[in-house]
Design a protein around this ligand. Structure first.
Ligand code: ADP
Ligand code: GLC
Length: 491
């Protein structure tokens, strides 16, 4: 199959969250299955053309955004395993310091134009490079209008006659909702398609709704989240749309790249380790404690957190737990960036309890690895979590996750206090359980070395590799292909 991924993020070039990990990793596994996979992302300013050896292709292309003609170029390089990546370069939209917004945490005012441009440019780019996709796989709101273009403005475009589209929701909280009156002409859709079963969504133009209405297949990143988003409490208003298409909705768990997230070989760590030489995990713990200015003591329960500062991630629970566990022999280490109010709340707690909490307001890949390795437990009490990669990464480092029972967290973490094969600690906020109680249970378990070594061994033994999920993706792509073929025959 020819598979084209179109996304706003992809590791190692640009990453804000787990979307980048997925788009930069899944293609390698699809390639191993024998598919020709390619990726298109924007050429943000932060992507270093020299470091990645970007080559400029000899096309000068244009697309229309509203009344304006926007020109762009295509740059390219190879991701590992010879996967071609194409970068859409346009100075006006992508030559800026931030990805989605500036330092203040506020999104750019023209994000709507930016991703309309990117979507249209991606369609033109794939034609220019003559890569005829069987599957166009679009991710999150930024690319939601692409399946809609394929079925409207491009429905008679012979280049795409055998192309099916798949739309994946990584986070339903970000939908790209704008006023219809100005957005529809900007994007170049016809008012005839502005209907409730197509582009219209509660009197707005909503990028995600466009993807959900027009893609041949819809997916999200865990089986539990696939069910949750069909309910009022987690659907963010989109539940009815998704329920209408429930036969076409897949929930496929993300994996992680175990060659990258590997404590045996990780170059960011003071010492490498595995279950067999777990003593070296203590070397990483000591190093981390020193870096944070803490007393280095192996008997202290070190709880780490690496996260976007975002309401999704349950920082209200985290702040509560920090206040209520000060009597324990515990240290919290939090690395995060994003929302200013959360940052300020966390820094305030640090100022009150400087010996017990370290807050690093940064986006720092190397430090993230050191926290995954040097902590005993990993805190991830998200209010909702489509999949979550951080808890899976923690497992790979033998660091025990403490999570809320929601979305992908519920699919990957089993509560050790309820079952001997548990690989973490799970509280069910929506059933009235408390994170503070769960952290206490984890703390008591940590102080029983025998029990703790069991849960750590269970964490190491957990395997959420892409090897399994890639087969589900293949199966889903095949369904999308058959659907398109049937559609073409019976049209
Ligand atoms: P989300 O995509 O919602 O942010 P995930 O758990 O799926 O959550 O993925 C988060 C990814 O981003 C992980 O790879 C995590 O290590 C990384 N990450 C998050 N915040 C930071 C940070 N401040 N510094 C470095 N890496 C981070
Ligand atoms: C989103 C979700 C996260 C998921 C990631 C990759 O950012 O918040 O749960 O793991 O996308 O799919």
């Amino acid at each position: 199959m020819n598979i084209l991924m179109i996304s706003s993020e992809c590791v190692p070039y640009v990453k804000v969250g787990g979307l980048a990990d997925v788009v930069g990793t899944l293609p390698k596994y699809l390639k191993k299955q024998g598919h020709d996979v390619r990726i298109i992302i924007p050429k943000y300013r932060s992507i270093d053309g020299v470091k990645y050896n970007l080559e400029t292709l000899p096309y000068r292309l244009k697309v229309r955004v509203g009344k304006e003609q926007e020109s762009f170029r295509i740059k390219t390089c190879l991701l590992d395993d010879n996967i071609p990546v194409y970068f859409i370069e346009n100075m006006r939209y992508f030559n800026r310091l931030g990805i989605y917004g500036d330092d203040s945490g506020i999104g750019y005012g023209d994000n709507r134009e930016r991703y309309i441009f990117f979507s249209k440019a991606s369609i033109e780019a794939v034609k220019a490079i003559m890569f005829r996709p069987d599957i166009i796989h679009c991710h999150d709101w930024h690319t939601g209008i692409i399946p809609a273009y394929l079925k409207t403005t491009h429905s008679n475009d012979g280049f795409f006659w055998k192309t099916s589209s798949v739309y994946t929701i990584h986070n339903i909280a970000y939908q790209g909702s704008f006023d219809a009156e100005t957005t529809l002409p900007l994007a170049g859709f016809s008012w005839e398609d502005y209907k409730s079963d197509k582009l219209e969504f509660y009197n707005t133009f909503n990028f995600m709704k466009a993807g959900l209405a027009y893609a041949d297949i819809i997916s999200t990143v865990s089986p539990t989240y696939a069910k949750e988003i069909q309910t009022v409490s987690a659907g963010n208003g989109m539940e009815v749309v998704i329920k209408t298409r429930k036969e076409d909705v897949y929930g496929i768990l993300n994996g992680i790249d175990y060659s990258y997230w590997n404590p045996r070989t990780d170059k960011n760590l003071k010492a490498n380790y595995s279950l067999n030489n777990i003593e070296n995990k203590s070397v990483c713990k000591k190093d981390l404690q020193e870096k944070c200015g803490f007393a280095s003591d192996d008997n202290v329960f070190v709880v780490g957190c690496v996260s976007r500062f975002d309401n999704q991630k349950g920082f209200d629970f985290i702040m509560d737990v920090i206040r209520k566990t000060q009597h324990l022999n515990i240290q919290f280490i939090v690395l995060g960036s994003g929302d200013r109010a959360i940052r300020d709340g966390m820094l305030y707690l640090k100022s009150i309890y400087p010996k017990k909490i370290s807050v690093l307001n940064d986006y720092n890949e190397s430090l993230a690895h050191q926290i995954y390795a040097g902590s005993d437990a990993f805190l991830m009490p998200s209010r909702f979590e489509p999949c979550g990669l951080s808890q899976i990464i923690s497992l790979a480092y033998g660091t025990v996750p403490i999570v809320n029972k929601t979305g992908g967290l519920a699919d990957t973490i089993r509560d050790f206090s309820k079952s001997a094969d548990g690989n973490g600690f799970v509280f069910d906020f929506y059933a009235g359980e408390s994170l503070v109680d769960k952290v206490n249970v984890a703390y008591n378990t940590f102080n029983n070395k025998n029990l703790w070594s069991k849960v750590v061994a269970n964490a190491f033994a957990s395997n959420y590799s892409w090897d399994n999920s890639v087969l589900e993706y293949e199966n889903m792509y095949n369904t999308a292909l058959n659907r398109r073929i049937a559609y073409t025959i019976y049209k």
